[in-house]
Each structure stands twice: as C-alpha cells, then as structure tokens.
Ligand binder design. Structure first.
Ligand code: ADP
Ligand code: MG
Length: 320
C-alpha cells in the first residue's frame, strides 16, 4: 500500500473565543488515498468546515489544533510559514461555499485566477499567467472574455466555476470543496458536480467533498464519512453507507434527503427531528441519543468509539 495523500490522526480543534472553549472537532482520524474521493457529510454545525480548514491551517488564530495531519508526506501542524505557503494552493487548495463572498468584488476574475500562480511562481511571467488563466476558464466551461468580468457580472454558477479555476491554478494534488454547490439551483448544481468529476479524472485530483446533502456525496465520492457533534460516526464506501446505513444518524440523514433521480422526493419531510447539540454542551453518553429512535439506557453510559461495521466500514453505535 502506498502512503495516503492525506492522513489525519486524532485531530481535535477547539476554538477559544470570548464565549469559552468550543470543541468543534474531536479526535478525528481518516485517510485519503491518492486519486481517491471522500465525502464528508453531516448537518450544519457538526464540524465539517472546521475539519476541512485545519488541513491547510486556514483557521482563525483562536483555534487550537491537536493531533497529527500529514499532507503529501508533510506534517502540516509543524510547518513553518514558508512551508505552509508552499503547501497551500500547490499541495492542497480549497473551494469555499458562497462564491460571491470568496471573490474580490473590485478585481476582475481573470486577475484573481492569475494571482496565486504569480505569487507561487508556477508561471514565469504575467503573459504566461494570462495564457493559463484563459486555459483554466476554458476547463471550467467559461469563455476567455470572462477574464475581464467582475464577480457581480457573473451568475452564481459562473462564479463557482471561477473559484474552481482559481483552486486548480497551481495544480494542487488535493482539492477540498466545502459545500461548493449548496447555494446553487439544481441544474447548476449538477453541472458543477459533473465538472468536478471530469477534473478529478483529467488532473488525477484527490477530492475531499463536503456537503450536508448525502445524495450529492454518493454521486461524487467513492467513500463517505458522516460527522456528528465533532466526530466521525460512520464511514465506508459511499453506496454501501448510503444504501445500508449502520448508524441511526446516517439512517436519519439518508431519509432526510431526496431519493436519487426522483425530483418529487426532494419535498419529502425530514427523517430527523430536533437539532444537533452545541459543541460546548454535549449530552451525556452518545451525543446522538436524545434524537435517536433506537436509544436505550446503555446509550447514556459512554460515547461509543468507532467499531467495525462490515468490510471497510465503521460506525460509532453500540447497537452495531
Ligand atoms: P459545519 O461546517 O459542519 O457546519 P463548522 O465547522 O462550521 O460546522 O462549525 C462547528 C462548530 O464550531 C459550530 O458549533 C460552530 O458554531 C463553531 N464555530 C465555527 N467557527 C467558530 C469560531 N471561529 N469560533 C467559535 N466557534 C466556531
Ligand atoms: Mg460548513
């Protein structure tokens, strides 16, 4: 077995803001093979973005990260600023949710795509950066003339494509996409997903894809990890996890989201009642027990660790 491109061991992230300590991510371990694709699912507030941002150390200064993160053989948490700058964009790049806020409103999109290349010296000069920008725009399905547009002159889907082009500018090995399609309408969502799939094949990208929509992940990713209250509660091959969830939380998520290929099911009522807990005040025992239809007395005793739930599958539930 070759070494995974990304390996996280017992990673915890705690925010130490004015409101006290917020343990947003708790002891997460995962591996992502080169060329693989992993989908991270879970409701809003479960720690997905915090985990994703820790990989390139894009967290605010009050966040403390513990554990070990190895990206392309480098220990991310001990990298000095120079090494970190090199790792960003080239080893890994991230596409954020909400393309309007992630782009500079007073700069042309062409300029914004060219910038990381010039900063990291992956092109020799301005002219080469311009050529590569046009090439990248073509790759994400935008005409060259769009380079001269400002973000507000583009549609939501076009802006998201610009962000993807930007992330690809320095040919990263790992592409992290944090809810890249959530703000888009269904048609555009499907286009952006297809684009990511194509790019993954062509550029031999490794993909970490984050969304709260399990059905989207099942399409786009080979493997799936489900987060709840800052921890991974289930993981395994996408279709198996989605088709036969082992953890009651995954069951709820799968029931809450549309059946693949059936537009009417998007209107189906949610399979989950209530809200996930706040990171600072978790319920005693299994954090999911207050919402779990199968909970027993035993679920109040301790927080379950991940255990084997089949070939390549794990789930953190005592009923498994
Ligand atoms: P997700 O991406 O799954 O919605 P996040 O990683 O954004 O989850 O958030 C996880 C938890 O951490 C939430 O409870 C959120 O309120 C909290 N959180 C996120 N960012 C900060 C921050 N800068 N300071 C304090 N708490 C934060
Ligand atoms: Mg998020």
């Amino acid at each position: 077995m070759t070494e995974p491109l990304l390996s996280m061991r017992d990673v915890s992230v705690t925010y130490h803001g004015s409101g006290g300590a917020v343990p947003a991510v708790r002891r997460v371990s995962l591996d992502l093979e080169r060329g693989g694709s992993l989908g991270l699912a879970g409701e809003s507030g479960c720690g997905k973005s915090t985990l994703a941002n820790s990989i390139l150390r894009l967290l605010p200064p009050d966040a403390v990260v513990e554990g070990q993160i190895v990206l392309d053989g480098k220990d991310v948490l001990s990298l000095r600023p120079g090494g970190l700058r090199a790792a960003r964009w080239t080893a890994g790049a991230i596409v954020f949710q909400g393309a309007l806020h992630a782009l500079n409103p007073v700069q042309t999109v062409g300029r914004q795509i060219a910038e990381p290349m010039l900063i990291h010296g992956t092109v020799p000069d301005e002219e080469a950066a311009e050529r590569r920008t046009v090439e990248l725009l073509g790759r994400v399905g935008l005409p060259a003339a769009r380079a001269d547009s400002y973000p507000h002159q583009l549609s939501g889907g076009q802006r998201q494509r610009v962000l993807i082009a930007m992330a690809l500018a320095c040919e990263p090995m790992l592409l992290i996409a944090d809810e890249p399609t959530t703000a888009l309408d269904l048609m555009v969502q499907a286009q952006v997903l297809r684009l990511l799939e194509e790019l993954k094949e062509e550029h031999d990208l490794t993909l970490l894809f984050i969304t709260h929509d399990l059905s989207v992940l099942t399409y786009a990713c080979r493997d799936l990890a489900v987060m709840y209250a800052g921890r991974i509660v289930e993981d395994g091959p996408s279709w198996e996890v989605f088709g036969g969830p082992a953890h009651p939380y995954t069951k709820g998520l799968a029931a809450a989201f549309p059946t693949i290929g059936d537009p009417s099911s998007r209107m189906a009522p949610s399979g989950l009642g209530g809200d996930p807990p706040m990171p600072g005040s978790l319920p005693v025992g299994c954090p999911f027990n207050p919402r779990c239809p199968y909970a027993t007395e035993a679920c109040l005793e301790a927080e379950p660790e991940l255990r084997i739930a089949g070939t390549d599958r794990r789930a953190a539930c005592i009923l498994v």
